[in-house]
Design a protein around this ligand. Structure first.
Ligand code: CA
Length: 542
């Protein structure tokens, strides 16, 4: 893993120091490490935090493959490579009499003075060790938590409303307070600036924090934010009622979605941006018409075709989801995402997160049946708003006035949360303000060709988290969203675009395939000639 340099002066100093002394004074560095190790092992984090008990205190040398034998298997995180030396502390902290969080703080030996909190995903209780490690490797005193329960399912929410409050906002806020206090005790001084990094549910957590605890962060990087959460859950539940079960006579197969339906989407929309590259730069311009695929519609279309019912299914999927009175529940799925959306949302089975949320949170009734989902369920979720989880502020006055900066990004082929909702949320937040006024504190970048938070055919590597590919890109504000946020907060230099990187086969060592500059909303990428793989062949235009 390459250590970030441009937004991490301490590491640069340390790196050159190591190079300088390595010939003749290696033992001196070893002694310094051992001093850090001693300080780490002598630290008593539980002393400073009310309701805390210690699970782990360990010194982690650089290059360790850290294992988590007790971690819930559904989280899929049995181990984590750690590239820098750090002190790891894991605590259990009570949030109420009946609820608690598992908290992790990873404090690097080479501390930049910055603090970073990381988010979660889905409806889960999974600590994103990769994001904590990413933060620590870039010099941040980094924290994360399990959001109140372990594993990816929602079963534990049954009869446990306090756990839902932890999930909605309390776990993150407590982690921030705990992490900041521990950093001060551990390093002997206050952090300089406080940051947040999260995607999906994690994007929502960041925005909730800005709404409810405007002083927790100076800079929030919120990817694919799952805002308007109750309606997001309902939107995801409604696909099963459109597709029906996998054995139904009109069920559209996964193969169909991934081949000829996706091909038709691209045929209609790929070249709106003038470049046939399998990437739709701005899917709001794609008005996909599935009637072209109707059986018998044209003579070339006799086998790979849809019947009337199937055409209607596709039309519904790509339409806004509304109550019968016209009120919007959630915006349409954006075309282009179907190759992955079919895995979960159109799979002909209840979507697990929605199913669990209705069963164990909204109704507290495991017998609730996803195949009978309807408008009354969407209304019930909205009305209950469990744990105040909605997260759909029309302004963030406290955050804005204290100088907070919000950077949102969203993959334009997102297969789990339609990116159209972030366009909508940005405009909701903007209200009567001009785009220039918004630019002062909130910027939104649309990442073409990116699926949910990462991967996809586009230039999707942008420093958004602990994926291994992040190590292959320059750690500067142009290429890395976290570095961009640091420059914005600390130098007042705000990003105009984010230049994403696509590696060949998504493998760093295979080299860069292309990069592309993703535009700040509402501008969109416009091809201006030359090789489409060169960033200068595109311009962001309103
Ligand atoms: Ca294109």
């Amino acid at each position: 893993m390459i250590v970030a340099k441009s937004f991490f002066p301490v590491t640069m100093f340390r790196t050159s120091l190591v190079l300088l002394v390595s010939h003749f004074a290696l033992t001196g560095f070893a002694a310094a490490s051992s001093e850090f190790e001693k300080r780490c092992l002598a630290f008593e984090p539980e002393r400073y935090i009310k309701g805390a008990t210690r699970n782990v205190l360990q010194h982690v040398p650089a290059g360790t493959n850290l294992t988590f034998p007790d971690n819930d298997a559904t989280c899929g995180r049995a181990s984590q490579n750690v590239s820098v030396g750090l002190c790891r502390m894991a605590l259990e902290i009570k949030t109420t009499r009946t609820s608690k969080i598992s908290f992790e703080a990873w404090f690097p030996e080479d501390w930049s003075g910055r603090f970073l909190a990381t988010g979660n995903g889905g409806i889960d209780g999974c600590i994103k060790y990769e994001d904590i490690a990413y933060g620590a490797s870039n010099g941040f005193a980094s924290v994360g938590a399990n959001n109140g329960h372990n594993g990816t399912t929602g079963v534990a929410y049954l009869d446990n409303p306090e756990m839902v409050v932890d999930f909605a906002w309390r776990s993150l806020h407590l982690s921030v307070e705990t992490g900041k206090a521990l950093a001060k005790e551990f390093y002997g001084k206050y952090h300089t600036k406080s940051y947040y990094l999260g995607c999906s549910l994690g994007g929502r957590q960041g925005i909730k924090s800005a709404e409810r605890f405007p002083d927790d962060f100076d800079g929030i990087v919120a990817g694919a934010p799952g805002v308007d959460f109750n309606n997001l859950i309902s939107w995801r539940a409604h696909f099963y009622t459109i597709t029906g079960p996998i054995k139904g006579s009109d069920f559209i197969s996964k193969a169909a979605w991934q081949t000829w339906i996706h091909d038709e989407v691209l045929r209609q929309c790929d070249t709106i941006d003038k470049v046939k590259d399998g990437i739709i730069e701005d899917p709001t311009l794609c008005k996909f018409d599935p009637t072209n695929l109707l059986c018998g519609h044209n003579i070339t279309n006799t086998t790979n075709c849809l019947n009337d019912n199937q055409v209607q299914q596709v039309q519904k999927i790509f339409s806004d989801y509304r109550f019968p009175n016209g009120e919007l529940i959630y915006p349409a799925m954006q075309p282009g995402s179907e190759i992955n959306a079919v895995d979960k949302l159109y799979a002909g089975a209840p979507f697990a997160y929605s199913d669990d949320w209705f069963k164990y949170v909204v109704y507290n009734d495991p017998t609730w049946n996803a195949s009978e989902y309807g408008y009354d369920d969407a209304q019930a979720a909205q009305d209950l708003n469990p744990g105040d989880i909605r997260t759909y502020p029309s302004s963030l006055p406290g955050f804005k006035e204290s100088g907070g900066k919000l950077l949102m990004y969203h993959g334009q082929q997102d297969n789990q949360i339609t990116s159209f909702n972030t366009n909508r949320f940005y405009e909701h937040l903007r209200g009567n303000n001009t785009y220039a006024e918004m630019d002062e504190w909130t910027r939104f970048f649309r990442i073409s060709g990116m699926f949910h938070c990462s991967t996809g055919p586009g230039a999707w590597v942008l420093g958004q988290g602990g994926n291994a590919a992040q190590a292959g890109i320059p750690s500067d504000a142009q290429h890395n969203v976290l570095a961009a946020m640091v420059d914005w907060v600390e130098k007042g230099v705000a990003p105009e675009f984010i230049e994403g990187t696509k590696f060949m086969n998504d493998t760093v060592k295979s080299g860069v395939d292309f990069t592309r500059r993703h535009c700040k909303y509402p501008a969109r990428n416009t091809f201006v000639g030359g090789s489409y793989k060169k960033p200068e062949s595109w311009e962001c235009r309103a």
